[in-house]
Design a protein around this ligand. Structure first.
Ligand SMILES: [Mg+2]
Length: 365
C-alpha cells in the first residue's frame, strides 16, 4: 500500500493535534507519593481476595502480563509478590489538576479524555513537536510524573501514536505519513472498533487497515452496511472530528461594516435589529446565556465607541437582548452622525444548562 489516498481532505491535514497520556497514572502517583514503592510491581485496584479488578498496573507489574481490567486474583497468581493498593482518587484528582493546569498554558483548545489523557489542538503553532516536548518536560519537572505524546493531523492518529513509544516517549506522524502509518495496524487499534466489529471483519479475512483498503469501500459497505463506512475512513487515516473542548468562549458577537456609511436613524435601527437577530440565532445555537451586552459603533471617521451593561442575572432571550442593546445604542446619540459599522456582543457567558432557574427575564420584563 503506497502513496497518497484521494479520500484524504488535505485542508484537514493542516491541523496539529497532540495527544498527551500519562504513563501508568495511578501507579505513578502512588510511587511518587511513597518512594519506597518505586521500581516495584504495583497494582492499583480491588483486593485479590475480593472480586476486585486491576485499575492500573505499574510497568514492573505489566512485565508479568498484568493488565487493566484483569481480575485482581488472577494478577496475584501472575505476580505473587505484587503490592496491591486501593485507589486513592483524591490524590489522583489533585495530580490531574496539576497536569491540566500545565496543559492550559499551551492552548485553550483542550479536550480532556480522562484524568490522565487529553487532546490539545496546537494548529496555530509553528512547532507542535517542540510544544509536546515542553509539555512532557514541564509535567515531569512540576509533578514528577511522566507522560507520553503523539502528534498527528487528527485525534485518532495522535492517540494511536502516543502509545507507540510508551512510557515516557513521543511519536510524530506527519500528514504525508498518515496513510502508510495506518496500513500495518490491526483494525482493533482504531478507537471504537470493538470485538464485534473485529470479529465481523475477521470473517472476511480483514485484520489490518491495509486489508480494509484492499477490500475497498464498496465491499465494506455491501457486507457491513453504510454504518461501517467510518471504519474504511479511519483505515485511511481520516478523522475529521473536532476537539470537544469544555472551554466556554469569552464572548460572542455580530458586527457589520456597511458597504456605504449610513445616515438615517431608521436605517441604523434597522441594521441594529438585523445584527441582534443574527446574534440571537447564534446564542441559541450555542446554547449560551450572558450577563453582559456590549454595543459598538464606528463613525465615518473611524472613531470607535463602545457601551456595555452588565446584570447580576443571566439572560438569553431575544426581547431582553433587543431592549438592552437598543438602550445602549440610543445612548450614543448618533442620530445625525454617519456610521460605518455597528456591532453587538455578549460576554460573561455560561452554558444555558448550567444556569439556575431565575433569569434576568423574570425580573426585568
Ligand atoms: Mg494513561
Amino acid at each position: 500500500m503506497n502513496g497518497t489516498n484521494p479520500e484524504i481532505h488535505y485542508s484537514l491535514l493542516k491541523r496539529k493535534i497532540i495527544h498527551i497520556d500519562l504513563d501508568a497514572f495511578f501507579a505513578a502517583v502512588e510511587s511518587r507519593n511513597n518512594p519506597k514503592l518505586k521500581g516495584k510491581p504495583l497494582i492499583i485496584g480491588g483486593s485479590p481476595s475480593s472480586r476486585g479488578v486491576v485499575c492500573t498496573a505499574s510497568y514492573e507489574a505489566r512485565k508479568f502480563g498484568i493488565k487493566s481490567a484483569m481480575a485482581s486474583s488472577q494478577a496475584l497468581k501472575l505476580c505473587p509478590h505484587a503490592i496491591f493498593l486501593k485507589p486513592n482518587f483524591e490524590s489522583y484528582k489533585n495530580a490531574s489538576r496539576e497536569v491540566f493546569k500545565i496543559l492550559s498554558t499551551y492552548s485553550e483548545l483542550i479536550e480532556p479524555m480522562s484524568m490522565d489523557e487529553a487532546y490539545i489542538d496546537v494548529s496555530e503553532s509553528k512547532n507542535a513537536t517542540e510544544i509536546a516536548e515542553n509539555i512532557r518536560k514541564k509535567i515531569q519537572n512540576l509533578t514528577q510524573l511522566t507522560a507520553s505524546a503523539g502528534i498527528a493531523p487528527n485525534k485518532m492518529v495522535a492517540k494511536i501514536a502516543s502509545d507507540i513509544n510508551k512510557p515516557n516517549g513521543i511519536a510524530i506522524v506527519k500528514p504525508h505519513q498518515v496513510f502508510n502509518f495506518m496500513q500495518p495496524l490491526l483494525i482493533k487499534k482504531i478507537p471504537f472498533v470493538g470485538p464485534v466489529t473485529t470479529k465481523k471483519f475477521a470473517d472476511f479475512n480483514i485484520y489490518t487497515c491495509a486489508d480494509v483498503i484492499l477490500a475497498g469501500k464498496d465491499f465494506i459497505i455491501n457486507k457491513f452496511g453504510s454504518s461501517s463506512e467510518w471504519v474504511y475512513q479511519r483505515a485511511c487515516g481520516i478523522d475529521e472530528s473536532p476537539l470537544e473542548t469544555t472551554q466556554i468562549r469569552k464572548s460572542l458577537g455580530e458586527e457589520e461594516t456597511f458597504p456605504k456609511d449610513i445616515f438615517r436613524m431608521e436605517h441604523k435601527l434597522f441594521e441594529l435589529n438585523r445584527i441582534i437577530l443574527n446574534l440571537f440565532i447564534n446564542i441559541n445555537k450555542k446554547n449560551l446565556a450572558a450577563k453582559t451586552i456590549t454595543v459598538k459603533i464606528k463613525y465615518a471617521n473611524f472613531t470607535v465607541k463602545t457601551k456595555s451593561k452588565s446584570y447580576p442575572l443571566y439572560f438569553f432571550e431575544e426581547e431582553i437582548i433587543k431592549k438592552i442593546a437598543l438602550e445602549l445604542f440610543l445612548e450614543f446619540k448618533c442620530d445625525k452622525e454617519p456610521l460605518r459599522l455597528i456591532g453587538v456582543s455578549i460576554s460573561n457567558l455560561i452554558d444555558k444548562s448550567e444556569m439556575k432557574q431565575t433569569t434576568l427575564f423574570d425580573n426585568y420584563i
